[in-house]
Design a protein around this ligand. Sequence first.
Ligand code: IDP
Ligand code: MG
Length: 137
Amino acid sequence: MANERTLILVKPDGVARGLVGEVVARIERKGFTLDAMELMTLTREQAEEHYGEHRDKPFFGELVSFITSGPLVALAVAGEGAIGGMRTLMGATNPLEATPGSIRGDFATVIGENIAHGSDSPESAVRELAIFFPGRF
Ligand code: IDP
Ligand code: MG
């Protein structure tokens, strides 16, 4: 397993519910490193680029509206196997199927408001980090 860097978001529901510290604490407790962390509100253009792979899905409009609905916290997280490791820490996309003990399993019930995002591959990580932290990595 290689040293990797991944893009993590505490989505607007997580920020609104005061769960930023909780999510960051879990990342740190696991042993991953915070390379960058920033509170920001996405433009529609940034959101459509970030979620481009879902452009043709029926929930795309809802997804873009939600992710631009308020501030989120973007993090660049690094460490051994950080991409898959963070997906495990977050749990399944549907929070009702996410294992208790995972972020989504512990804090969410609705798929559209599942607290966190994490890149799903090395290619996605590079692409997504460039959207949120242009020129930084
Ligand atoms: P992921 O976030 O676990 O990688 P993706 O399939 O990439 O899951 O979907 C991106 C986000 O879109 C999910 O985190 C979730 O919030 C939302 N989403 C996925 N499927 C649905 C759906 O069927 N209805 C509404 N929202 C969905
Ligand atoms: Mg995804």
